[in-house]
Design a protein around this ligand. Sequence first.
Ligand SMILES: Nc1nc2c(ncn2[C@@H]2O[C@H](COP(=O)(O)OP(=O)(O)O)[C@@H](O)[C@H]2O)c(=O)[nH]1
Ligand SMILES: [Mg+2]
Length: 392
Amino acid sequence: MPTNVTPEFDKQRIIYEETEDLAQRIEELEKLLSLAPRHKGAERMVGDYRKKLATLKAQLEKKREQEKARRGGGGAEEGVVRKEGAGQICLIGITNSGKSSVINSVTNAQLDVGSYPFTTPIPTPAMLTLEDINIQLVEIPGLFKGSHETGIGRQALAVARNTDCIALVIDLSQDIDAQMQTILGELDAARIRLNKEKSAVRVERVGLGGHMIYGAQNFEGDIEEVKEYLKARRITNIIVRFQKPATFEQLVDAMDSSVAYVRAMIVATKGDAEGSQGRFKELEKKYSDRFDIIPISVERKENLDGMSWAFYHHLDILRVYTKIPGKKREKKPIVLPEGSVVEDAARKVHKELFVERFRSAVILRDNDKIKRRTVGLNYPLQDGDILQLASR
Ligand SMILES: Nc1nc2c(ncn2[C@@H]2O[C@H](COP(=O)(O)OP(=O)(O)O)[C@@H](O)[C@H]2O)c(=O)[nH]1
Ligand SMILES: [Mg+2]
């Protein structure tokens, strides 16, 4: 053991060694590592602590999986709200943050708005009509610390994990940090990850071959930790690919099929309230690198349109209108995921006719230099495209 460690390190080492609770022990060890000396002589010690950390995390993971299995699996409470429309947005926030008011302001719904807590006890859907498409908004009952362990909370979070986008509803008339911590904490405990790239780490269980780790340079840490972690979980054969820069947490998530990755944004409500501007600035400073933040006031009817379009853009969809030559385009669009090509639209119209017997496609773009172009099945579509299909 090198002698030239700081007194803080020594103190933290004792705290760590005396902590018994597994989750807490991991936290203390992380703190210890952050205090560790950086010089060459300490490398071995730090390496040993890192391996220990990986082992502890594996133990915790295993414990959680066992607990989950005892509770009868994760997906049991799915499907209390049937998805309708072009996409679904779940509004999540603490009680009284203004979720019902937001929904009422842009739909025909008349949800109860209360100045008392927990007015909306079950996930409640309403339809937002935006030009020619419908977006389903779902109010999720107010979250509080520990709500993921209650029946209502579990049901609510089960809806959120299957949604297309989560809108975090943050009340600008009160403290930002407390709200964000509660909501992010509950979502995290329910294994819902926001705006995280699923593809950063890919894992594949295989029959033989040992630990095959690719893209190790993308791992933000020591690759020995990864090996140690796999060993501690008794996984002998596996392919791990770090396709993009990834942390240890992302590896753990990738190994766990119960983790859901959901797109997210923030709706900052009550922009008319006293002190709301300062809190909005604070919110932007702390969270604008992770989330788009849309400030609104229902009371003053401010930016409600902007919010509706932000919902639309966060669904990552596009609209395409089919047209028969010589006639007007169809009124109702075909809704497709962003990145779709002509073939995806053709499949939805009539697979046999327009994919298998495809002859040509013409795309009309009103607000483009080239207003009319003849394209093939692989041509990428844009929002608002008008599409003429012809078959052989
Ligand atoms: N000042 C102000 N108060 C609002 C606004 N939107 C909602 N509220 C109030 O906030 C309280 C909680 O609203 P509600 O929509 O029921 O919140 P929920 O519990 O998140 O659904 C109610 O008293 C509303 O009148 C707003 O834009 N400005
Ligand atoms: Mg409500």
